[in-house]
Design a protein around this ligand. Sequence first.
Ligand SMILES: Nc1ncnc2c1ncn2[C@@H]1O[C@H](COP(=O)(O)OP(=O)(O)OP(=O)(O)O)[C@@H](O)[C@H]1O
Ligand SMILES: [Mg+2]
Length: 221
Amino acid sequence: MLLQAENLHHSFTEGETENKVLQGVCLKIIRGETTAVVGPSGCGKSTLLYLLGLLDRPKKGEIYFHGTEVAKSDDKVRTNLRNNSIGFIFQFHFLLKELTALENVSLPMRKSGLTRMDSHEKSLDILKKLGLESKSDRYANKLSGGEQQRVAIARAIANSPSLILADEPTGNLDSRNSENVFSLLQNIARDQDIGVLVVTHNPELAKNCDQIIEIQDGKNK
Ligand SMILES: Nc1ncnc2c1ncn2[C@@H]1O[C@H](COP(=O)(O)OP(=O)(O)OP(=O)(O)O)[C@@H](O)[C@H]1O
Ligand SMILES: [Mg+2]
């Protein structure tokens, strides 16, 4: 078991009103498997990803990472885990446009202390695997949407995470590129024994995953 969430509750307070978003979500993520998170807009999918990515703390409930409870552990432990074990892919990939594809992929490795040369070598290797070798020196804003999304995937796997959290990674791609990005994520999960959690609005893509978590009224459906 890679990740287990038990009875997660989360709410946002605006003025006097408390907007309850998650009200007891449970899930289990196993290495090598891809899990889809589905549910209507506003049901709390992104909120859930933020909690699982240790970017926010649940109001109630537990998150076990490799068996250790981390929802309540201190910031240092959580930051370490986030930087070294979790890769993020967002809908609008957030590449730095003034950096090349290679530099974007290298960034997390540089942050965790790898030298420029080592990180560039490793990045080139990953870009090759994703069919982007010839694009490695291009600035991010000179790449197509699908290429940028693949660079974002390359960046997410650069630090060899054990978990990848992807929030609608194909949200702004056409159907062919969406399928490519999805099967790429599934292959990465399988080949590298990584747990992948993907939020998607596309039922066809969700159907191909090993597990589907459907959220309704703040709970698992
Ligand atoms: N930082 C915030 N402050 C206050 N309310 C928030 C905040 N973030 C999200 N919400 C509210 O929480 C609810 C869930 O939002 P969330 O972004 O998790 O939905 P979602 O399922 O990801 O939707 P979508 O499919 O549209 O991306 C929404 O009602 C939203 O308005
Ligand atoms: Mg969302």
